[in-house]
Design a protein around this ligand. Structure first.
Ligand code: CAA
Length: 295
């Protein structure tokens, strides 16, 4: 019997959410040769995501990493839209990358289920929420799995594929094979809070924030400790600025409930988020950022 889902059958890819992760996923899918529909709640927001892809491809060309013809062909394959039904019609894969609010994701997938073909594969890019609960919003939960990408998506090599109790084996295998076609190395992880990557990454990030709070060392020195002492490409506090303090706080709140007090968010993190210091995107977090660069 042939597999229900295969990577080879995935041609058209619909990405829901044109923010940091969504536009990054659309970027790699278009470079891999897929026709891509990039959806957001308004045409303007979707166009904004497409412009960011264009800027990143331009940078790739200027660095000599992307040929100009490849950039032009990739961009020509991306349609930005604010119309969900149009985005989902004819999709072979629908990847959701909207904010980390479970009800928002469930409502969106319920609407996708009314518009997408019955044989389309569904994936959520959630970094920690229960995939089974998101899958419960569609008529056939076995077709929905987790495909967790990393920021910046076009440079990070990992794809974390999340299998929940009802996942179809061929859906998991198709996601792994597709990730490899997109130049990623895929790992398969059980649907457990924070999966493998967010649980470990957050443990380090939260401890680093507690160390700033306690005055153990400056943010820059803590980051240098991990870069030069452990070979991390980026320190945990600079990484928190890149990911977004609000995003990390949301994951910490969820994991402290789901796993235990080790993930209780430090007061300093709460205070910075309340003050609008969200990291690189707001211009200030643990560092100051000007035009996307550390000041
Ligand atoms: N297109 C193509 N190639 C590009 C490019 C572009 N737009 N921009 C840069 N590159 C290439 C560069 O030419 C360079 O190539 P070489 O290695 O061949 O020289 C390479 O990509 C690295 O680029 P840079 O030199 O500009 O950047 P860097 O060396 O400072 O690395 C980084 C940047 C990859 C972001 C690195 O700092 C890093 O790995 N940081 C950690 C990021 C991380 O941990 N992300 C995960 C966050 S957690 C998450 O996302 C999950 C979640 O759920 C919240």
């Amino acid at each position: 019997m042939s597999a229900r889902f295969t990577a080879q059958r995935i041609s058209t890819v619909t990405v829901l959410g044109a923010g940091t992760m969504g536009h990054g996923i659309a970027h790699v899918a278009a470079l891999a040769g897929h026709d891509v529909r990039l959806y957001d709640i308004s045409q303007e927001a979707a166009d904004g995501g497409r412009s960011k892809i264009a800027a990143s491809l331009d940078k790739g060309v200027s660095l000599g990493k992307v040929e100009a013809g490849v950039r032009d062909a990739a961009l020509a394959r991306i349609t930005a839209t604010g119309d969900l039904a149009a985005a989902c019609t004819g999709a072979d894969l629908v990847v959701e990358a909207v904010p980390e609010k479970i009800e928002l994701k469930r409502e969106l997938f319920a609407a996708v289920d009314r518009a997408a073909p019955p044989d389309a594969l569904y994936a959520t890019n959630t970094s920690s929420l229960p995939v089974a609960k998101i899958a419960g919003a569609v008529a056939d939960p076995s077709r929905l799995i987790g495909m967790h990408f990393f920021n910046p998506v076009h440079l990070m090599k990992l794809l974390e594929v999340v299998r929940h109790g009802a996942s179809d084996d061929s859906a998991v295998a198709a996601a792994v094979a597709l990730g490899e076609r997109w130049g990623k190395t895929a790992i398969v992880v059980k649907d457990s809070p924070g999966f493998a990557s967010s649980r470990l990454g957050l443990a380090l990030g939260l401890e680093a924030i507690r160390m700033v709070e306690e005055g153990v060392a400056s943010a820059a020195d803590i980051d240098t400790a991990m870069k030069l002492g452990y070979g991390h490409p980026m320190g945990p506090l600079e990484l928190t600025d890149l990911v977004g303090l609000d995003v990390r706080l949301g994951i910490a709140d969820y994991l402290s409930d789901a796993i235990g007090p080790a993930f209780e968010p430090p007061e300093l993190l709460r205070r910075k988020v309340a003050d609008g210091k969200l990291g690189k995107k707001s211009g200030e977090g643990f560092y100051t950022w000007v035009d996307g660069k550390r000041a």
